[in-house]
Design a protein around this ligand. Structure first.
Ligand SMILES: Nc1ncnc2c1ncn2[C@@H]1O[C@H](COP(=O)(O)OP(=O)(O)OP(=O)(O)O)[C@@H](O)[C@H]1O
Ligand SMILES: [Mg+2]
Length: 248
């Protein structure tokens, strides 16, 4: 087995709030995993733990078989639930995308032609070319979400952690971004962990789903088995009758 992410008995807490309880999880290189579960289940905390920025109380997180360090973090592209940019910040969209690339360029180095091409291509792929000189703090939530995705793409990471990447997008952009994520996964040798609340947004290439509830992984398995009324009703503690499979 070629495990790229390994969590062993990981507990994460924010003071008295235990957000992850003894989580163990192995993710194979090249897999595409969706994570679903109610608000507060620990999905974002799981991604931050993998990204090495969580407050880990006990247990171990290994990526590429190693403890997280700055070299490994360069290979992890993280698209957060929201960008949290100060609206007064003058930093432009292009600069933010360039920051994604800077982990590959190195500190105090200028981007070369290839880096510029990668930055431009990430901006174009996500469809934000016309925004590229605007201050990112002036953008709408959905526009900022696209910038975060372009930043992660410019990094050309081995692992992408996507935290509800379509939550603020309009209907057309949702479909475009899901298709883009799918395409990138198929073209590059990526491992993707994708958090969503919208089951129809699970991209077609995704093969495995993890259910999280109250800080625990309560179920994992194939997409077809996951889209089951009984399992989903138990996960959300409410009757779930209609399961849309638009993109699945
Ligand atoms: N900075 C924080 N300080 C204190 N508690 C926190 C903090 N961040 C998260 N928590 C708590 O940790 C738990 C898990 O939060 P997390 O953000 O991982 O949930 P989530 O599954 O991503 O939820 P959502 O679907 O709403 O995004 C929640 O109970 C939350 O209140
Ligand atoms: Mg979250």
């Amino acid at each position: 087995m070629n495990q790229i992410v390994e969590l062993k008995d990981v507990t994460v807490s924010y003071r008295e709030n235990v957000a992850l309880k003894n989580i163990s999880l192995n993710i194979e290189k090249g897999s595409f995993v969706a994570v679903i579960g109610p608000n507060g289940a620990g999905k974002t905390t799981l991604l931050t733990a993998i990204n090495g920025i969580g407050n880990i109380l006990s247990g171990s997180v290994k990526v590429f078989g190693l403890d997280i360090n700055s070299r490994i973090r360069r290979e992890i592209g993280y698209v957060p639930q929201s960008l949290s940019i100060d609206p007064r910040s003058p930093i432009s969209v292009r600069d933010v995308v360039m920051i994604g690339r800077s982990s590959k360029i190195g500190l105090f180095r200028y981007p070369n032609r290839k880096d510029i091409r990668i930055i431009e291509s990430a901006i174009e792929l996500v469809g934000i070319k016309e925004l590229s000189h605007r201050p990112v703090g002036h953008l709408s939530c959905g526009e900022q979400q696209k910038v975060a995705l372009a930043r992660a793409l410019a990094q050309q990471p081995d692992i992408m952690l996507l935290d509800e990447p379509t939550s603020n997008l309009d209907l057309r952009s949702q479909k475009e971004i899901i298709d883009l994520i799918d395409k990138i996964y198929q073209e590059k040798e990526l491992t993707i962990i994708f958090v969503t609340h919208i089951l129809s947004h699970i991209p077609a290439s995704c093969r495995e789903v993890i259910f999280m509830k109250r800080g625990c992984i309560i179920w994992s398995g194939g997409v077809d088995k996951a889209l089951n009324e009984k399992l989903l009703s138990d996960l959300y503690d409410c009757p779930i009758k209609e399961i849309k499979k638009e993109y699945v």
